[in-house]
Design a protein around this ligand. Structure first.
Ligand SMILES: *Cc1c(COP(=O)(O)O)cnc(C)c1O
Length: 386
């Protein structure tokens, strides 16, 4: 069992040291080839009024190509549009692909910011290593995001809890059916305006704990952000939904007893004694940026913050006897989602009477206040992009 202290989760890895002048230099590396057919203003404004997650994309995308021997080439911003891909492109067969998820937030003064991009850049590099993809520098990662956001600045929504979702990704683009790491790779960033995740107020979700499927296991790719992990989570997710649940939660693959995470979100448990617990990183859990930020904020609140192996039996019993007070899931897209019901083959309990927990909602507001510039950024998490 490890107990996080404020020092162990201090955001030292997030201190990019990138000054505005240096950011200019990184952005200047990108050749902007602007589209000659941008979305008409009225159409864009309509899309920004009621954005639906992941369905509408901005006018441009950032792109860098990689070839073995030559490295990263041709940094550019180009018109958003379909890629031409040979049917024998390696990623379509062997899933050599990774991605990231981040947001650009517009503050009241019109400036645009992102949250802990260095942590995403570092994770992208770790994911690349695990998937035998070439590593992209932090500079190129942040430069590509800033260059895209500046080109498509009009696409950053200003509505309450709205943002421009950023999706950097990298895939094996070589036309080759042999099994080995690709010698040609593409890196792109696309952007999609998103509105509040919970339109009409935060609503707790119901969760089914799967004992039949795992999203990963020891030595597999669980701690890398790769499309393959998601592919493996879709069937259990579908089964959970068929049983009337919103989301599936996975247990560890070795003992089938410890809480791991959802298909795309980390989980937290708040005990009645006020302590805040989350599964420790085992190698099969994705290290969320939201997760690590919440650990810090909970510690700031003076809470006991505990990263440990959490038996699902303990949580089921704790929900029955009241020692578990709150549960929530977290990730960039939804920030924090309260859990209102947790069930598995041998238990079915409401969490917090099915209402969002007090600490859950307090941390949620605190985090979004920092992201939207409504609260002091005391940990230096925000990076200005434009
Ligand atoms: C992206 C992701 C998360 C959340 O990570 P954040 O950095 O907080 O967005 C959690 N679990 C999985 C499996 C993920 O892919």
């Amino acid at each position: 069992m490890t107990t996080s202290s404020t020092t162990s989760s201090a955001p030292s890895t997030d201190a990019s040291g990138i000054l505005p002048a240096e950011l200019e230099d990184l952005v200047a590396l990108f050749d902007v080839r602007a589209t000659d057919s941008p979305t008409p203003d009225a159409e864009r404004e309509a899309a920004l009024q009621a954005p639906k997650f992941g369905t509408v994309f901005s006018d441009h995308m950032a792109r860098i190509s990689w070839r073995q021997g030559d490295g990263w080439l041709d940094r550019r911003i180009e018109k958003y549009g379909p890629l031409q891909i040979d049917p024998a492109t390696a990623v379509l067969h062997y899933a050599q692909e990774i991605f990231e998820g981040m947001k650009a937030y517009k503050h009241d003064d019109g400036s645009v910011w992102t949250f802990r991009p260095d942590a995403n850049a570092a994770r992208f590099a770790r994911s690349a290593h695990r998937l035998a993809l070439p590593s992209l520098s932090v500079d190129d990662f942040i430069g590509s995001i800033a260059a895209l956001v500046r080109t498509d600045l009009d696409w950053v929504p200003s509505g309450e809890d709205s943002s421009l979702y950023l999706r950097p990704f990298m895939f094996a683009s070589e036309t080759f059916l042999g099994v080995r790491p690709a010698a040609e790779v593409e890196y792109l960033v696309i952007a999609s305006p998103v509105g509040p995740y919970f339109a009409g107020g935060v609503k707790p979700v119901s969760i089914w704990v799967s004992e039949d499927y795992h999203r990963s296991g020891p030595g597999v790719t669980g701690d890398a952000k790769c499309g393959g992990n998601y592919a493996a989570s879709l069937l259990p997710q579908m089964i959970a939904q068929e049983q009337g649940f919103d989301q599936v939660c996975f247990l560890d693959a070795t003992t089938n007893t410890y809480l791991e995470e959802l298909g795309g979100m980390n989980v937290f448990v708040v005990m009645a004694d006020g302590s805040v617990h989350t599964p420790e990183l085992t190698g099969s859990i994705l290290e969320g940026v939201t997760r690590s930020s919440i650990l810090q904020l909970a510690a700031d609140h003076g809470r006991d913050v505990v990263e440990r192996r959490i038996p699902i039996s303990e949580i089921a019993a704790g929900l029955a006897d009241g020692s578990v007070a709150e549960m929530f899931a977290c990730g960039t897209a939804a920030v924090i989602t309260p859990v209102g019901r947790l069930a598995g083959s041998s238990f079915d309990h409401q969490v917090g009477g099915g209402e969002p927990g007090e600490l859950t909602m307090a941390i949620r507001s605190e985090l979004t206040d920092i992201q939207y510039g409504r609260a002091a950024d005391r940990h230096g998490w925000m990076r200005r992009l434009a």
